[in-house]
Structure formats: C-alpha cells, structure tokens
Write a protein that binds this ligand. Structure first.
Ligand code: IPT
Length: 474
C-alpha cells in the first residue's frame, strides 16, 4: 500500500443533496388518509360534505404512531387536506375544517396531535396538502394560490420539523367550489406557479424533501402499485405530458419514473406509494382486503430493494382507529423484516478486489463488510469493471443479498453478477442491473458457501460500493 493518500472519486453526474441522502435512509414510511370522505364511502370527497359527519370518538394519535414506531416505519406522512378540501387543522383560510366538526367540540387540531405523538416516539412527520381543493370557492382563480400558500405556511410553521412535503398532481375538474358545483380546469403547467411555492417551502423547512411527479427532490415512481422497475435509476429527467418541455406535477410522461434515466439530469429518486388496502381511504367493503404480509414483503423488495422508498397507505376508520386487521398485517410484515435483517453474515469476512483505488486502504474492499455506511470500496478512475470477493472462515447460508453504492458521488453501476464458490468454481446465482442507494436480491432458495463474489460488469464511472451484506429470510 502507498502512503500518499488518494483522492475520492470525483462526483459523477447528478448527485444527492444532504436532505436526499437522509431520505434514502428512511426506507419506508406511511401515508395516512383520513377525512370527511371516510364517512361517505368515497375516495374523492366532492367538497360539499357536512363537517358534522366528522366525529372520530376513539381517535388516538399516540396509539397510531406507536404502532408505526413498533412496526419499523420511519415516518408518518399526514394528509392534512385531501382533494375534498376539509382541513384536519383549524385553518384561517376556511371554515371547512375540524373547527366545524363535533370532534373535540370543534376545538381539536389533528395535525397538532400527530405532530406531538411523532415527536414523542421519534417518528418523522411529513405533510400532504392537496393542491386541488373541491370545496374552496376560489379554486381555479388566482386568489386560490394565496389560500393554498397560506395553508402551507400554517402547516410548515406551526408543527415543527417536517421530513417531506408532498405535492399531488391529481386534479379531476368538477367540485362544489363554494356552491358553484361546476367543472373547473386549470393549466397544470402554469396555474400553481410551483417554483414560488417550492421556494417558500425551502425557506420554511430546510431539511424537508419535496415530492411530486417532477421532484424537485423526490419523484412519484409512476404507479400506485408500490413497484420500482428494474433497472432503477435515482437520476431522472422529467418530460412533460402535454408540453414535453414543461413537465409539471400531474402533467408528465410519468411511466418513465418507474425506471428513471440512466445518466438522467437530476438526482430525483423515486417514492413508491401504495395503499395497504384497495383504496387510500377507509371503506366498509375493504374490511379484510388488506394486502398480506407476504405481499408487503414482495413490495418491499420491489421498492426499497431497488433504491426507492416505500410509502404505504394506511387508514383510520370512522371511529378514528386503525382497523385491527391492518395492524396485524403490519406487525407480521415488520417481524419478518426484523428477523431477516437482524444478522449480517458477511460481517467480518476477508474482502479482496481486483482493483483498489490508488492501492489506498481508505478505499479498501474491507469497507463493504465493516457495517459502516460512510466508508466504501472504490476503484481507480479508469477501471469500470472489477471483482470483489468475500471469504469466510466457515460456510455461511443466506438467501438475501444487500448491496449499496456510495451514492453521495452519484449512481454508477449498471450491471453486476453475484457468484458463490461451489466445488472449486464460481457459480452465478444472480445477474442484476442497477444498485444505487440500495439493492436487495432475494434468492429462490438459501445458498451455503465459503466465498461470495460481486462482479461489476458495467459502470458509468469507477464503481463505489459501501456495503455487501448477506441475510437469511427463510
Ligand atoms: C396521481 C397523480 O396524477 C400524480 O400526479 C401523482 O401525484 C400520483 O397520484 C401519486 O400517487 S392520481 C392517482 C389517482 C393515480
């Protein structure tokens, strides 16, 4: 080894901001939908529902947040106002809020109760406030922008630190609109003047990542099935739907978000939002129709396992409780994840590589098994294919492999192969594409071996790997 230290690889292409890097670590959080339409069996409230319907007598923010904490969800993304316009907090912009409801005699603030519970349990809080508002009389006119921004300002200044602010692109046209009961169409590329709103969010919540179809920080994956496609890139160049050069929330070629773009212009990683039940809101007919723990595990591998985050939709029923069957599913799902990832069998292996950057210990392959995310193995600048081998004292058995690139310097790996030593030869057990912030490979059956090899077959620039971990699920 040389004594003169080598420089880390230069950043390649679009790279994450510190807030985006922190977001990648969240892995999975939950989005909660609860509003007047919980009481009317509708997915989208029209905006003319009586606030008197809103009476969740058993509502207990602390109990719900405790379940999320216990089941390993890092955050709660609260739908503070959905398309129907009903505000879960007493907003100065409208009477259509909890203030007009029988809940807590009109003196309650659900956002406050959730914020307090989240703080108490160390669960992060995020806010969704629907840009579309089917109740407000001003919707569709310039005056509504003030209303909307005032609502955001209330939410962004009154409840502490938020980890994300989520901008939905949905807009269906018709609504109550203060009694007009008509269809109102807006130009999604211009009406909301998003750059101004985003600037305001950045000023008020410096650590929050902003989500929409076009980012700027986190993108919609492009389906509500919970699936990031393979290959999957955090780099992305949004393209508009109606105007290719003017992508906007609700007006993009959003299917392109499923894979992202190799060498895309911006670092805008994907969030996979998917409801636990058939809909985002509670419906009596959906009782017993929640996804199974096995289905959730599959989604975990298809989202988190491809470098995205999983945003799971949960509901409260009209009483304000999370249905017990849903809680049971979350518990079983998290129990499997917890036991699977409890022990990393690669820890402590002897690691060797065909190339080490500057032959410098700072970039040693040993870093992929040190359990320390900030350290990584890297190759020399002109080396974009390489092999990294892990050798074990005694054979290990595993059926899940986790790989992580040191994405601070950009996403690089485009193709890799996993091999195990078997009878004196290398046997391929998996051929993969991208790695990114996190790649999970679930094997069909457990493998027992005394050596594992990761072959980087193609990379856009010299590869960096911060982790190779081996787990046993079954
Ligand atoms: C869909 C929106 O059109 C899109 O912009 C994005 O916000 C997405 O929701 C998030 O899930 S609407 C849905 C009915 C597909």
């Amino acid at each position: 080894m040389r004594h003169e230290p080598s420089k880390p690889p230069a950043p390649y292409g679009a790279c994450p901001s510190p807030a985006q890097l922190a977001w990648h670590e969240l892995e999975r959080y939950a989005i909660l939908h609860f509003a007047l339409n919980t009481y009317t069996d509708a997915e989208w409230a029209f905006g003319d529902e009586s606030p008197r319907l809103f009476d969740p007598r058993d509502f207990d923010a602390d109990a719900l947040v405790r379940v999320l904490k216990e089941t390993g969800f890092s955050g709660l993304l609260l739908v503070a106002k959905h398309h129907g316009g009903f505000c879960l907090w007493p907003s100065a912009t409208t009477d259509f809020s909890v203030e007009a409801s029988p809940w807590r005699d009109g003196k309650g603030d659900m956002v406050r109760e959730f914020a307090d519970a989240c703080r108490a349990h160390g669960v992060k809080l995020g806010i969704y406030c629907s840009p579309w508002d089917r109740n407000h009389a001003t919707y569709g006119t310039p005056a509504y922008l003030d209303v909307y921004r005032t609502q955001l300002r209330e939410l962004l200044t009154g409840y502490g630190d938020l980890f994300t602010v989520w901008f939905d692109g949905a807009n269906g046209g018709d609504g109550f609109y203060g009694g007009a009961r008509e269809a109102r169409t807006i130009d999604r590329t211009t009406y909301y003047d998003w750059p101004t709103t985003w600037r305001m969010v950045r000023e008020l919540q410096q650590n929050a990542v902003l989500f929409s179809d076009v980012g700027p920080d986190i993108r919609w994956v492009g389906n509500e099935a919970g699936i990031a496609k393979d290959p999957h890139w955090a780099t992305y160049t949004p393209i508009g739907g109606s105007k290719p050069e003017a992508p906007a929330p609700g007006d993009t070629q959003y299917e392109r978000g499923e894979t992202g773009d190799r060498g895309g212009k911006f670092w805008i990683p994907a969030e996979c939002d998917v409801p636990l039940r058939p809909g985002w809101f509670w419906h009596a007919a959906h009782e017993g129709k929640a996804k199974t723990p096995a289905q959730l595990l599959e989604l975990y591998f298809a989202s988190v396992g491809r470098g995205a985050c999983l945003d799971l939709g949960i509901v409260l029923d009209p009483s304000g409780r999370m249905p017990t069957g849903d809680v049971d599913v979350l518990r079983a799902f998290s129990a499997t994840l917890r036991s699977t990832f409890a022990q990393d069998f690669a820890r402590g292996a002897i690691a060797r590589a065909t190339n080490v950057r500057g032959e410098d210990a700072a970039f040693s392959p040993q870093h992929v098994v040190d359990g320390h995310a900030p350290t990584y193995w890297a190759t020399d600048d002109d080396v974009t294919t390489a092999e990294l081998t892990l050798e074990f004292d005694a054979p290990v058995t595993f059926d899940v492999v986790r790989l992580r690139e040191h994405v601070e310097f950009g996403q690089r790996v485009a193709r890799f192969t996993l091999q195990v030593a078997e009878g004196g030869a290398w046997r391929t057990i998996h051929e993969g594409s991208t790695i990114g912030a996190r790649r999970l490979v679930k094997l069909d059956a457990p493998r027992t071996t005394s050596a594992v090899r990761v072959r980087i077959d193609e990379a856009l620039a010299c590869p960096t790997l911060s982790e190779v971990a081996l787990f046993r699920m079954e």
